[in-house]
Every structure is written in structure tokens, then in C-alpha cells.
Design a protein around this ligand. Structure first.
Ligand code: BG6
Length: 488
């Protein structure tokens, strides 16, 4: 059966930071995959922009090398690269903008997408220049990579500066976690089934866990990461957005503002964590040398050539949502680099049955858990108690009803960027963060960052390849709970 796709208008997509890590590892491969599926209209153009003095041929050669490694069909790759162009530009200098504007001006009828995959410090300059070149017309959109700023004040400055050139309706603040298949599926699961919603509240749910674990370390990103840290890099955006998708009220429809209004209410209901309680509710860690995926790997300080840094590469925290639906239900969040496996999942743990009719010989009664696996092996598991098959008395067992998307549907899941980039071209902002969401997320994160800064305590060390500092285990065990393990 041939897939049918929603229509996409012919477009020009400009990537500022076109030679950077994100562009080469994610954005261009995503565009190539959509091209290979026939979803990029003929005549559309992809324009890389960066400071390197390359021409179209040089940029194409660079892309050919990075894309060919992924087993791309050489014929399709050549054809794709014909639609790719490059213009050298320094956002802070005058040179190059006229040539760039002339190139874009060749196609006045195209949808124009300007993807700012650069440091947020450049967003203002780039947007001002785009405005001066007259490239902010009604068919233009700007995409801002996260994190937007490093706190509420800097986010406001950036949003104000961008807002002088592009209307809010033209501004797409990307959080690629919202484009992941399983996150989308959370909407289908929650609002397309009658089973879950009646139980989806504090009367029936004991707690929720959200884990985003990575095996990778700092890589080539020291310049950015050491100034950000895990709270700004992952929690303020990706993990909070996942929390919103779990916790929001049913939106009246899937229109962009209906969904975003509900997420905003969740963000605004988060209990404040500040210097009065950060010590009990948060744990920050930094990895040291250890073993990752069978290889010895250096510690974070070694990767910074021994420079002293108090940047956290791991965070675990207990969030609470102060509203009727969720009062008293902890949301335990954790994320880190150099953890034992790459796994992102949401675990919804239900309350135990009120009374057990089974004797001690039946074994312990475990909680029902709904586990949404975002990656790898996307799927849904519902852990149930059943009778252990066979004679010899009634013994209980905890087993998962297991749906792996790959096994059920046999198709590879597209990368989140594939969906999101084309959503921008289509003009659909549902899966992008509105300004007030970003602000609300910073309003929650800022006092945590301030409490850490005032507390002046270094992050706790943990060995690469472990699940973070032992304090993260203590954080959840203090409440009589444990981090979910798939073998339960
Ligand atoms: C990015 C962070 O937003 O998400 C990175 O800046 C992180 O530090 C990445 O590695 C994780 O994304 P994914 O899709 O690989 O889980």
C-alpha cells in the first residue's frame, strides 16, 4: 500500500548553522528521508548557511559524505543534493546578506522557513537581518532551536527580539521530543481509548516516572553543553513537555491552541522548587570515568581538559502538579549522559488493589504499570497481574501486555525532525512551543537553578555507565518507591 501524505507546498528551507552538528546529524538526514519518500515537492530548495567559506559544490560534497554513511540510495542522494545550496554568512557582519537575499528572492512564491540552528545569542541578529532583507512576509516562518535562552530573562529578550520581525504565528519553537512517534501516540492512547481516562488521576495513579537516559557523553558540544547543563538542555524542555502530555486535561480538539492551552495550565501548576526544598526534591550529578557500551570512557572533567566545572550531566527530581487531577501524585523525572543504556520512557504506575484476597503463598501483588517506550524499541507495555499457568496452587505473576510498534506495524519510525520540519512547511504549530509555554517552563526552572547556584554544592560524581549518583535512588526510595526496571 502506498503511503499518502498531507500536501506540502513548494518551499525554501534555510538552515542557519548549516555545517553544525544538528544540521548534519538530524536536519539534513530528515529532509533526505522525506525526499526519498517523495514528499519534498520539485523545485523546493534547502539552503545551508554558516560562516565556513564553502560553495554549493563544497557543501554538497560534505553532505554526501555524511548522508552516504547511512546507506542512502546513491541515485536519490544525487538528486536530493541538486536541491541543496549553500551561502556563507556571518550573522554579525554585513557581507553575504545581499547575495543570500537575492537567492531567496528568486522564488517569491515559495513558503520560506528559516531554521535557526545556532546559539540563541545569534537569534536576534539573524532575525533583524531577515527583516531588513524583507524576508519576513506572510509565507515566512522562523524555527528556533531550544533552549530558548538560559533563563526567563534571556528567553524574554530573545522572544521580544524575534517578535519584532516575526509574528507569534510565524514562530516555531521546536522541541523535537514532541515529534517522536510515541509522544504522539500518548494522545491517541489517552484520548482514543475509553479505558484510561477514568483512571487518569490522583485517585488511581500512584506516581509517574519519566526517564530520558543517554549513553553518549559530551561529544563535540562542550562549548554549548558546559554553559547549559542537563536541567536547561533536557528538563526545562523535553522532560517537561512529556510531563505535560501525560498530565494535561483533554483538549477540546487537536487545534494548535487547544493543545497548547492545556499544556500551559500544567506548567503553571507545577509546584515551586527553590532553596527551601531543592535539597530534598532534586539531585544533580556529573559523570566520572567509567565504562559505556563496553568501552572505557573519560569523565566529564577530563573531557574539559581538567577545567573545573559545576555543570550537571545528570538530574533527578520530584515534580508535583498542584491541581485537582494530580494533587499528591509525584512525577519523578531523571535524565543524564553516560548512563548504562539509551532509553526514554514514561511509566504510569497505578495504585495497588485496595485489598488482597490472595494468601502469602501467591506471592506479592505488584502495581499495574503502563510503560510508554519512546526509544529505542518504541512501544507500549501494560504490566498486569495474572495467575502463573499450571497446577500447584494459585501463584501470581506480573507480566506485560506488550506492543512493539516495529513488530505490530513492521515499519521504521521516522525521526522526529522529519515530521516537525514538514509541519513547519505546512504551517501547523501544534507540536511547537508557544511563547507562554517557554516562559512558564523557565519560571519553574529558574528557582531550581538559583537554589543550586546559592547552595554552591558541586554536582555529585557518578561513574560513567551507572544510573547516576546513589542520591537519585534515595530520592525515590524515600517515598517507598523504586525506579522502574523493565524486568519487573
Ligand atoms: C537534545 C539535547 O535536545 O536532545 C542533547 O540538546 C540530547 O543533549 C538530545 O542528546 C537527545 O535527543 P534524542 O532524540 O537522541 O533522545
Amino acid at each position: 500500500m502506498t503511503a499518502t501524505f498531507q500536501k506540502v507546498d513548494t518551499f525554501d528551507l534555510v538552515i542557519f548553522g548549516g555545517t553544525g552538528d544538528l544540521a548534519l546529524r538530524k536536519l539534513l538526514p530528515a529532509l533526505f528521508h522525506r525526499y526519498a519518500d517523495g514528499q519534498i515537492p520539485a523545485g523546493s530548495r534547502i539552503v545551508g548557511v554558516a560562516r565556513e567559506p564553502l560553495d554549493d559544490a563544497g557543501y554538497r560534497a560534505q553532505l554526501r559524505d555524511s548522508l552516504a554513511g547511512n546507506g542512502a540510495d546513491p541515485g536519490k542522494l544525487d538528486a536530493f543534493l541538486q536541491q541543496v545550496f549553500y551561502r556563507p554568512l556571518d550573522a554579525r557582519k554585513d557581507e553575504g546578506w545581499d547575495a543570500f537575499a537575492a537567492l531567496i528572492g528568486e522564488q517569491p512564491g515559495h513558503v520560506r522557513v528559516f531554521y535557526l540552528s545556532t546559539s540563541p545569542e545569534l537569534f536576534e541578529d539573524i532575525c533583524r537581518r531577515l527583516g531588513e532583507c524583507g524576508l519576513n512576509g506572510e509565507h515566512s516562518r522562523v524555527v528556533l532551536e531550544k533552549p530558548i535562552g538560559r533563563d526567563l530573562a534571556s528567553a524574554n529578550r530573545i522572544n521580544d527580539a524575534v517578535g519584532k520581525v516575526f509574528a507569534e504565528s510565524q514562530t516555531y519553537r521546536i522541541d523535537h521530543y514532541l515529534g517522536k512517534e510515541t509522544v504522539q501516540n500518548l494522545l491517541a492512547l489517552r484520548f482514543g481509548n475509553a479505558l484510561f481516562e477514568p483512571l487518569w488521576n490522583a485517585s488511581h495513579i500512584d506516581h509517574v516516572q519519566i526517564t530520558v537516559a543517554e549513553t553518549l557523553g559530551l561529544g563535540r558540544r562542550a562549548g554549548y553543553y558546559d554553559r547549559a547543563g542537563a536541567l536547561r538542555d533536557m528538563v526545562q524542555n523535553h522532560l517537561l513537555q512529556l510531563l505535560c502530555m501525560v498530565a494535561m486535561e483533554p483538549p477540546a480538539s487537536l487545534t494548535p491552541d487547544a493543545v497548547r492551552d492545556e499544556k500551559l495550565k500544567v506548567l503553571r501548576s507545577l509546584k515551586r522548587i527553590d532553596d527551601s526544598n531543592a535539597g530534598q526534591l532534586t539531585v544533580r550529578g556529573q559523570y566520572r570515568a567509567g565504562v559505556a557500551e563496553g568501552q572505557s570512557v573519560p569523565g566529564y572533567p577530563d573531557e574539559l581538559n581538567g577545567a573545573k566545572s559545576d555543570t550537571e550531566t545528570f538530574v533527578a527530581l520530584k515534580a508535583e502538579i498542584e491541581n485537582w487531577r494530580w494533587a499528591g501524585v509525584p512525577f519523578y523525572l531523571r535524565t543524564g549522559k553516560r548512563l548504562p543504556e539509551r532509553v526514554s520512557e514514561i511509566v504510569v504506575a497505578f495504585k495497588p488493589v485496595p485489598h488482597s484476597i490472595f494468601g502469602a503463598s501467591a506471592g506479592p501483588l505488584a502495581q499495574n504499570r503502563l510503560v510508554l517506550r519512546l526509544q529505542p524499541d518504541e512501544g507500549v507495555k501494560l504490566w498486569l497481574t495474572i495467575k502463573d499457568p499450571g497446577p500447584g496452587g494459585l501463584r501470581l505473576r506480573h507480566v506485560p501486555l506488550d506492543m512493539s510498534f516495529a513488530e505490530a506495524f513492521g515499519v521504521a519510525q521516522p525521526d522526529a525532525y522529519e515530521r516537525l520540519l514538514l509541519d513547519v512547511v505546512r504551517g501547523n504549530p501544534t507540536l511547537f512551543m508557544r511563547r507562554d509555554e517557554v516562559e512558564a517552563a523557565w519560571r519553574w526552572a529558574d528557582p531550581i537553578l538559583a537554589a543550586w547556584a546559592e547552595g554552591n554544592e558541586a554536582p555529585r560524581p557518578y561513574a560513567a555507565g551507572s544510573w547516576g549518583p546513589s542520591a537519585a535512588v534515595a530520592l525515590i526510595e524515600r517515598d517507598g518507591r523504586t525506579w522502574h526496571e523493565d524486568s519487573e
